[in-house]
Design a protein around this ligand. Structure first.
Ligand code: BTN
Length: 258
């Protein structure tokens, strides 16, 4: 089981993880972090749990993860961002997680638009960004991270899901991985606070293998097919479709061909 003492031992970060709330079981760390945010909790506070009874995923889906083997946590941020830049926090989280995994285990992580991380083509991490806006500015953001660390089995309908230990063939220390992740976030955060995402987007791009490939983006009511061309500076995905270029901001991407 996770313990606050072990997770914070020798952490020494400036902002991220200075306040840590650890639960054995909780409905959703994102829900808890939002409640804390509304009550005025300080920036960088982290809520982490060994198990979630009502874990939330993107597009209204559930995030189900076995107890005591994964990293399920949410980070509260209060950067001064305009509405149009708030979504870029996803890329900040993705690059932080990718860096931490690579540093801890030596493998190469792929970033998949908009907010998945893959290892050997399998999804090992999902990010759920929940932003609270006040007029044209971001009031706070909760960055939820679900990282499959040592989970052995996945439901049949999650054929493309896996965990780090399954792909790497050996279990990993959740404490070590969490600490590295928090350190990477803390290191990358100062420019983000000032709305400077350039180097993060460059790094994210370097880990994305989707460009130049045929993709289909499934949204609630429509599917968009075409060639994935580039990541826009505002985080949108530019696609060349048969009827012209289009930029999408949400949806599930399937790579149809290479
Ligand atoms: C996705 O759909 O890919 C995003 C999944 C995000 C899951 C994490 S687990 C920790 C945090 N708390 C939640 O309820 N969801 C996020």
């Amino acid at each position: 089981m996770l313990s606050k003492e072990d997770l914070q031992k020798d952490l020494h970060t400036r902002v991220i993880g200075r306040r840590l709330f650890v639960f054995e079981s909780i409905d959703s760390t994102n829900a808890c972090a939002r409640t804390l945010a509304e009550a005025g909790a300080e920036e960088g506070s982290v809520v982490i749990a060994d198990f979630q009874t009502n874990g939330r995923g993107r597009q209204g889906r559930a995030w189900k993860a076995d107890p005591n083997v994964n990293l399920l946590f949410s980070v509260l941020l209060r950067p001064e961002l305009k509405r149009g830049s708030a979504g870029l926090l996803t890329f900040f989280a993705a690059v932080s997680v990718a860096r931490a995994i690579e540093k801890t285990s030596g493998c190469s992580i792929e970033c998949k638009w908009p907010n998945d991380l893959l290892l050997n083509g399998k999804k090992i991490c999902g990010i759920l960004l929940e932003n609270s806006l006040e007029k044209e500015a971001l009031a706070y953001s909760v960055v939820g991270i679900g990282l499959n660390v040592n989970q052995k089995n996945f439901r049949d309908d999650l054929r493309k899901a896996s965990s780090l230990s399954r792909e790497l063939g050996a279990p990993l220390s959740r404490d070590r991985l969490f600490q590295e992740l928090v350190r990477q976030m803390d290191e990358l955060y100062p420019p983000v606070r000032k709305s400077q995402f350039d180097s993060i987007l460059i790094e994210w791009n370097a880990r994305c293998r989707m460009f130049g490939k045929e993709v289909t983006v499934a949204q609630d009511k429509r599917h968009i097919s075409g060639t994935a061309v580039a990541l826009e500076p505002d985080g949108g995905l530019r696609i060349n479709t048969p009827s012209g270029p289009e930029t999408v901001y949400a949806g599930d991407v399937t790579v149809v061909s290479s």
